[in-house]
Design a protein around this ligand. Structure first.
Ligand SMILES: *Cc1c(COP(=O)(O)O)cnc(C)c1O
Length: 437
């Protein structure tokens, strides 16, 4: 069998950086990324014959663990019926209904293939509906790689220390106002100045792409009230948190009890069950501005692809209360073990939490992390040795400190114990890390 090292060397000749998505290249942690050849339950298997407990879960989609039998069966059955028809299919409505049953205020849906497409469409729709140009986003929030939202966009860029992206025109950047997160005064000030020009505020329902940052109590509600008061829209990006932080994403932990809904939601990751599916949804009056009913154009050759719909339906049908209870419980246990190990090793840290999603931030115990500036100010250099010690012990963490840790319902005691056993050594590696010159 070809080793990861050989595969990576070859890949670097074939693809920029050897990868098809930047964070996979291990840029911030260094070393050779293991090339994966299979996955089952909580485990990944690499080309060198190593097994890892997976705390990335495909960056979210593997809510039920890898190769869950119900999803595999649904996909096999869908494949047997044909791969893509270029016409409407019954399953698109079924998946839409499953989403509407969970999230308040979703009266219409449109299926797309990636989270980026979902947010791109939501932004265009907000502009088309309001007749306004400006979009407000928060520093450190990631909404996919559409030009207008790449300013201060968190993990991938933070990992590479890029402020934004080359190739984005000044005119495009000027149509996005970037505000500090968790700062209601900055929002009030922006609306006081530009209120009648702001088409929408887009926010991660809980930011997970600058590491996890907890929205302060009432923050999302405040965004909902402020946008409504000014005739602009709130786009709640649930691409990462949706169907994961709770049955109804992070909105399920906030809006559902606080009594508000956004104008538009974006979904991705979990909704596709591991295949490329994503969606936007929201108020009928806004959504019906999309073609063919309305003037805002949007389309997709593979949108609502039958195999992806089958995977998504199977995933959401099996994402029961028990699944969320299991993930919540394992998440708490892991946060506790991580805290114990870091404390014992004398490492200064905070654990940032949003529901069952969390991440570690080094050197931040005094204030925690409430915004992008604080996320970037942490002792990020402690993460690479921590990460590699975990990897050597058979635990696959996100290869960047600016990412959330993902647990699945397949993470059983054996898998959790393997993580717990690895933590003390990794904590000691973090303790002895020195900043690079
Ligand atoms: C991953 C992510 C996206 C982009 O989704 P892709 O499917 O990678 O295009 C958008 N928003 C958030 C919050 C995400 O985490």
């Amino acid at each position: 069998m070809t080793s990861s090292a050989e595969l990576f060397a070859t890949a670097q000749k074939l693809m920029p950086g050897g990868v098809n998505s930047p964070v996979r290249a291990f840029g911030s942690v260094g070393g050779v990324p293991p090339f994966m050849v299979g996955a089952k339950g909580p485990y990944l298997h690499d080309a060198d014959g190593n097994d890892y407990v997976d705390l990335v879960c495909s960056w979210g989609p593997a809510l039920l663990g890898h190769a869950h039998p119900a999803i595999q069966d649904a996909v096999h059955a869908a494949v047997d019926r044909g791969l893509s028809f270029g016409a409407s299919t019954p399953d698109e409505g079924k998946l839409a209904q499953l989403v509407m049953d969970r999230f308040g205020g979703v009266e219409r849906m449109r299926m797309v293939s990636t989270g980026t497409e979902a947010t791109m469409t939501a932004v265009r729709l907000a502009r088309g509906y309001t007749g306004r140009d400006l979009i407000v986003k928060f520093a450190g929030c990631y909404h996919g790689h559409l030009d207008g939202l790449l300013a201060a966009a968190g993990s991938g860029l933070a990992t590479l220390s890029l402020p934004g992206s080359a190739g984005v025109t000044a005119a495009t950047a000027a149509e996005t106002l970037v505000l500090p997160y968790n700062d209601p005064e900055a929002i009030t000030a922006a609306f006081a100045r530009h209120g009648d020009k702001i088409a929408a505020v887009i926010t991660e329902s809980a930011p997970c792409n600058m590491g996890v940052v907890t929205p302060e109590a009432g923050f999302n509600k405040f965004l909902s009230e402020t946008t409504t008061a000014h005739g602009s829209l709130l786009i709640l990006d649930e691409v990462l948190t949706g169907f994961r932080a709770s049955d109804a994403g992070y909105w399920g932990l906030t809006g559902r009890t606080e009594g508000w809904v956004p104008d538009l939601y974006t979904f991705g990751k979990v909704i596709g069950g591991g295949l490329p599916a994503a969606a936007l949804g929201g108020r009928a009056e806004v959504m019906d501005y999309l073609a063919p009913l309305g003037p805002v154009y949007q389309a997709g050759t593979l949108s609502g692809n039958p195999v992806a719909m089958a995977a998504g339906i199977a995933q959401l049908s099996h994402a029961t209360d028990e699944v969320y209870a299991h993930i919540d419980e394992k998440s708490l246990a892991l946060q506790g073990a991580l805290a114990d190990a870091l404390t014992a090793a004398g490492v200064d840290y905070s654990i940032q939490v949003a529901g069952n999603l969390f991440s570690v931030a080094f050197g931040t115990s005094e204030h925690g992390v409430h915004n992008y500036a604080q996320a970037q100010g942490q002792e990020a250099y402690r993460y690479a040795p921590f990460f590699h010690q975990m990897l050597d012990s058979g635990v696959y963490l996100p290869p960047s400190v600016f990412e959330a840790w993902f647990i699945s319902s397949a993470h059983d005691d054996a898998a959790m114990n393997k993580i717990f056993d690895a933590l003390p050594g990794a904590a000691r590696a973090a303790a002895s890390a020195v900043p690079s010159a």
